[in-house]
Design a protein around this ligand. Sequence first.
Ligand code: FE2
Length: 405
Amino acid sequence: MLNALHRVVGPVLRQAARTESRISRGHMVQLRTAATFRLLEDCLEISDGGKRMHFNYVWLRDHCRSASCFNSATHQRSLDTASIELTVRPQSSALEHGQLVLTWPGGHVSKYSLSWLAENSYEERKTASEQHRILWNADIYQNANVSTVKWDKFMSCDNELKKFLQNYLLYGIAFVDDVPTTVEATEKVTQRVSLIRETTYGRMWSFTSDFSRGDTAYSQLALDRHTDTSYFQEPCGIQVFHCLRHEGTGGRTLLVDGFHAAEKLRQRSHQNFELLFQIPIRHEYIENTDNHKNHMMGIGPVLNVYPWNNELYMIRYNNYDRSVINTIPHETVQRWYVAHRELTEELRRPENELWVKLIPGKVIFIDNWRVLHGRESFTGLRQLCGCYLTRDDILSAARCFGLQA
Ligand SMILES: [Fe+2]
């Protein structure tokens, strides 16, 4: 009876299940004043007020934190998951000192705190965001008066690094000022944050407008907003720029919060938003010069969301490098272009454009999975250096400071 009710989702039957649970006292244990749990045929159910959480029995056995199943020193699982019977079910259950205690066939005992279960339940995760962000247009960012950090303190003080990481996580961009105008100092400042990701462009790159590579970036032309390395299967996580020298005019950097634009699209047309995260497309980089031969290809949707909570985690937007569209069914092509146009219009709204003049000494870190960059055309000699950083390492550094990332 309980199991049948559990399987049917619907407000009326859920109410019936609640009534049933109140009647079946033998199956219930009081966890807190309002929280109860009971063993259903295929899962454990915890009810707390109007909230219900369900835990699959194999999942519970797999997540046992006893010394023989989990090494708490290394935070690694010792239990061989394949050894768990897929039909496993606890023999008994109890509440001891605020912990749920399950005894499995064979006598093994697992203990879980209610807060740990609540925190890790699917029901809880699907409403929680993985990363807190402040989405911005030019006004929002400028009015936020985000504090910048300075080279000296940044290199020596962990609190300054933490402040920088917090800015980076919230806005997808962060600056360090007063950095010596050399490639070496720029490299040092990046290594304080993360590891350099070496690519075909080298480790640290330093270029002038000499068109030395087969890419528009090496010219004086304006560049429309885009994310970099969309033609990598995993686009680079962080873009770093440092303008070491500019004798001329123009060349301001354009920044656009891609997530802000995508959320506007989600609000206006959920169908178009969905299309852009459901349909993978191809980006390519083909270079064939005397010194460099490359053929890179990255396949993935324009918008990338976590499937359990639909939270955006990456935008892959580069009209220069988008390749032939041949991964979309014929009947969807027109709809995809409509959705893409709507996103493009949002990305191009003047109020969403943040223009920054990169002066020597000011190093910018851009979340290449979120913030698009571009530049206006310029005159004169302009020397820029920078690199890509690995995303995993900057997020790891943030988490080690206790930041949500
Ligand atoms: Fe770029």
